[in-house]
Design a protein around this ligand. Structure first.
Ligand code: SAM
Length: 219
């Protein structure tokens, strides 16, 4: 599948398609900490309402979500393209005495191979149509009664281009993802547009607009 994203510019690489490769992310995760270390707020909100079970965190990055879930008693599988990131997650989990499974996979090729009680993908950016395909595979990974939680940048989130990019293609709405789910298979399908306060890279308070899909598969 092509990784070219027409019209996309990127501050970190001359080749936007590199943004979705192992090499790009291994380098990114080889230096200083990239993300805040805090779990993503929508995940905390929704997962806190669920009894712990099995969970998949796809695009787990430095593992703040995976580790937070494991601390809440979930049996977590963290998947990312970057072995460097996954090694960091394993080391942190071990230090904290948490059992956590780390698996390296490329979202362009990955397919659902087991089911979980919670499937989460937070800011797992891909160009279309790979993003749509990934969302379908994530939905297929949700077991009976399980929850799907997909969070990304809403098209209205103009002030919050990931990594300083203009990745228009990676933006989606919760409703768009919701429209791909069959109500016969899902008891709840919520496509949401949620605003969230955050501190931007210059240390200034800002408001992000998140696209959120939360769905619960019928038991
Ligand atoms: C914006 S980060 C989000 C990380 C984490 N979910 C969080 O919210 O902090 C995107 C993540 O997607 C991963 N990624 C990028 N391209 C990928 C691909 N083709 N397959 C699997 N993971 C990929 C990166 O390694 C990175 O950790």
């Amino acid at each position: 599948m092509s990784r070219t994203l027409a019209g996309m510019t990127h501050q970190h690489t001359e080749h936007p398609e590199d943004y979705f490769t192992r090499e790009f992310w291994d380098e990114r995760y080889s230096g200083e900490q990239v993300w805040s270390g805090n779990p993503n707020p929508h995940l905390v909100t929704y997962a806190a309402q669920l009894p712990p079970g099995t969970a998949l965190d796809f695009g787990s990055g430095e593992g703040a979500d995976a580790i937070w879930l494991a601390e809440q008693g979930w049996q977590v599988t963290a998947i990312d393209i970057s072995p460097v990131a996954l090694e960091g997650v394993s080391v942190r989990a071990e230090r904290l005495g948490l059992a956590l499974t780390c698996r390296q996979a490329d979202a362009f090729e990955w397919s659902a191979d087991q089911t979980y009680d919670l499937v989460s993908a937070q800011f797992m950016h891909l160009p279309r149509p790979a993003l749509t395909r990934l969302h379908q595979e994530l939905a297929a990974s949700v077991g009976p009664g399980g929850t799907l939680l997909i969070v990304g940048h809403h098209p209205d989130d103009v002030g919050h281009a990931p990594e300083g990019t203009t990745f228009d293609d990676i933006r989606f709405t919760g409703d768009e993802v919701a429209s791909t789910l069959d109500p016969a298979e899902w008891a709840t399908i919520d496509g949401l547009r949620l605003e969230r306060e955050w501190i931007d890279r210059d240390g200034r308070p800002a408001v992000a607009v998140d696209a959120v899909l939360r769905a619960v598969r019928r038991g």
